[in-house]
Design a protein around this ligand. Structure first.
Ligand code: GNR
Ligand code: NI
Length: 170
């Protein structure tokens, strides 16, 4: 597969709804490994396939301090969400250098297929919980800035377009 790169907001491809993975084969495993490598390179805690222009339900996450706990989630589902919410700063590799607060469920229970194609589940809270919800939004074509006011979102859009234009010039 060609080298992966991360789509940048407001690229319309970020709004594509991903399809379920039908078989966990070597193609999917290689994609997961390449996405993990890219996520570590970019210093992110998560990456959704949508961000690399692959529209299948696959995400990778590592919220550990030591950056030594890679998680692969294929066809992830939230099987429980806490009523309690949290409101914490988020960033996104597709919207570099922009951080703002988003409301999320404080705790979630996630069910997914792993890299081995076998189902597993786990409870998440804190950054892991936020990250899972952020990545699952990507798979639905949603970027976190869509939770912000239209005023903020328009400013971010303008800033991103300018930044991308400036980078192309130099
Ligand atoms: O690296 C990332 N950090 C982050 C911080 C707070 C909430 C969510 C995230 S996810 C983000 C990586 C990314 O863009 N994943 O889609
Ligand atoms: Ni993101």
């Amino acid at each position: 597969m060609a080298k992966l790169s991360i789509l940048r907001y407001p690229d319309p491809r970020l709004h594509t709804v991903a399809k379920p993975v039908t078989v966990v084969d070597d193609r999917i495993r290689t994609l997961a490994d390449d996405m993990l490598e890219l996520m570590y390179q970019a210093d992110g805690v998560g990456l959704a396939a949508t961000q690399v222009d692959v529209h299948e339900r696959l995400i990778v996450i590592d919220t550990s301090e030591g950056r030594d706990d890679p998680r692969v989630l294929i066809n992830p589902e939230l099987i429980a969400r806490s009523e309690e919410m949290t409101f914490a700063d988020e960033g996104c590799l597709s919207v570099p250098a922009i951080y703002d607060k988003v409301q999320r469920h404080a705790q979630v229970t996630v069910r997914a297929l792993g890299r081995d194609g076998l189902p597993y589940q786990f409870d998440a809270e804190g950054l892991l919980s936020v990250c899972v919800q952020h990545e699952m939004d990507h798979l639905m074509g949603k970027v976190f800035v869509e939770y912000l006011s239209s005023l903020k979102r328009d400013r971010i859009k303008t800033k991103m377009l300018k930044k991308t234009r400036d980078e192309q010039k130099s």
